[in-house]
Design a protein around this ligand. Sequence first.
Ligand SMILES: *[C@@H]1O[C@H](CO)[C@@H](O)[C@H](O)[C@H]1NC(C)=O
Ligand SMILES: *[C@@H]1O[C@H](CO)[C@@H](O)[C@H](O)[C@H]1NC(C)=O
Length: 299
Amino acid sequence: MKTKTVKGNWCRRTTNFGFPSVFLICIFFFLAGFFGSALFSHSQEREDDPRLMRRPRAMLLENSTEEETEYRLLQAGESGDDSITLIPFQVLSWFPRALYFPNFASAEQCERVIEMARRGLKPSTLALRKGETEENTKGIRTSSGVFMSAAEDKTGTLDFIEEKIAKATQIPRTHGEAFNILRYEVGQKYNSHYDAFHPSEYGPQNSQRMASFLLYLSDVPEGGETMFPFENGLNMDGSYDYEGCIGLRVKPRKGDGLLFHSLFPNGTIDPTSLHGSCPVIEGEKWVATKWIRNQVQDD
Ligand SMILES: *[C@@H]1O[C@H](CO)[C@@H](O)[C@H](O)[C@H]1NC(C)=O
Ligand SMILES: *[C@@H]1O[C@H](CO)[C@@H](O)[C@H](O)[C@H]1NC(C)=O
């Protein structure tokens, strides 16, 4: 009964509208329909067209405050995270596979690690090949260093860094050796070498170093670059003397990370992963190295 009254009312009212009102109402609905559909198709495009999705994403890199709202999370598995981890990186090279992670750790974290390591420093040693002795390899690696596991660090800094490295590489923490924290003073260096152990020189390996993560703990005013002399196949004609500071060079900057792979995806050693540390010319170079194995490490 009630509805009928309302209907009747509405009809009577419309009949009372003059021609101009009807015309205006028509225009109103036309415009509303037009803009409504334009808005709708725009949001449809944003959903479907990856090119349109990309623009706001690219801007996110410059605009860190809005990042979190722009990502749509999925339901994670039992072992996954219910949050997004943002770890910006730059591909430095494909030969070797090398990634650069600016601002991987904070300045305070770097300083804390240096303070812990300083007390335990000892001259760095080499894994000796057949026929090599400490005496005849003197001068190849002149830094000082100390091994520290994340568990030894009661401040939790190394634990945080190790966890972040595991996330960035998705190689479980159990595959990492203890951190080797190194100090290079003026003139100190590490001639070019491989982190992986070539079976022809070191014998068969049950567990191979597959990748290395370097966290630079200090700025170095001059020198101290990590160099990859054979990057992209360069300088591989046999003339390289393993001392020259050539090829791709990565300048150490406090808090920045560098990851490179020593093995190809098929498990053989990548010859372009040869690398060294150029002599420090000014200042001090501090770096935390994490060697990552292809087998679980029993510490
Ligand atoms: C966000 O990005 C826009 C466009 O690039 C820029 O104008 C604005 O200053 C940025 N805001 C912040 C907080 O960085
Ligand atoms: C392994 O991969 C590298 C790089 O793709 C290739 O050059 C090499 O021939 C491969 N070795 C074997 C044994 O498959």
